[in-house]
Design a protein around this ligand. Structure first.
Ligand code: HEC
Length: 203
């Protein structure tokens, strides 16, 4: 083959290769989460922590009471992120949208968005690196502030999210009939179960 053609072909191949590389970049940037620091971080961490601590405490109290009264099957309906009255109250007070999401979700409505998945990945990387995890504040593409916090499994959670072999068989069958696409079994203690995701719509 003529040397000139070879150079041209190589150049074209190179250009295509380069283009495919540059094409990938915007997608990656899109997925990156822009965390904020300074005054905004302090402000929104404080409100985010207040909201998630309160909702979490209420969820837990309801769950425990229901478990005592009628066992885990009775408690099933209480492990619901929409501790309705509370989240509605916060929505009014701070203009928030409060969610609990997981990549291994029980309810498909609690599946993460791409951004939330990126935050989950960031948290997992930090865990792997042995870094301590704590809540973070990010800024969404629309400029609104967004609070994220890790959710870990504690002992009582494994009653319904643990290894199915160690769970009550009746409970497993109720969960499976209520949530046919359940991915939220098989957890061990102190694992990252998901994240709180609180968007400040008026920020
Ligand atoms: C009595 C059973 C039960 C117990 C105990 C329980 N959960 Fe759940 N969990 C559920 C059910 C049922 C859902 C689905 C709720 C819904 O439909 O939104 C759920 C959903 C979740 C979700 C939302 C994401 C998803 O998978 O849909 C998180 C996060 C979660 N649980 C964490 C926990 C943690 C942390 C604990 C321990 C503090 C715990 N759960 C204890 C039954 C339970």
């Amino acid at each position: 083959m003529n040397r000139k053609y070879l150079i041209i072909i190589t150049a074209i191949a190179g250009a295509i290769w380069l283009q495919s590389c540059t094409e990938k970049t915007p997608e990656k940037v899109e997925k990156n989460v822009q965390y904020v620091s300074g005054k905004d971080e302090v402000t929104y961490l404080k409100i985010g922590n207040e909201i998630t601590d309160t909702v979490q405490a209420t969820l837990k109290a309801n769950l425990m009471k229901a478990m005592e009264n009628g066992g885990p099957q009775n408690a099933l309906r209480f492990c619901n992120a929409q501790a309705m009255e509370l989240t509605a109250m916060y929505s009014q007070k701070y203009g928030t949208d409060v969610k609990r999401v997981s990549d291994k979700n029980r309810n498909p409505n609690n599946a993460p968005t791409e951004k939330e998945l990126a935050v989950l990945d960031d948290f997992k990387k930090m865990l792997k690196a042995g870094e301590p995890l704590s809540a973070k504040v990010a800024i969404d593409a629309d400029g609104k502030k967004h609070y994220y916090a890790p959710i870990f499994t504690g002992g009582p959670c494994l009653t319904c999210h643990g290894n199915p072999k160690n769970m009550q068989p009746e409970l497993v069958s109720v969960i499976d009939s209520l949530y046919p696409t359940d991915k939220a079994k098989g957890y061990a203690l102190d694992e990252l179960r998901g994240i709180w995701s609180v968007k400040f719509k008026n920020s």
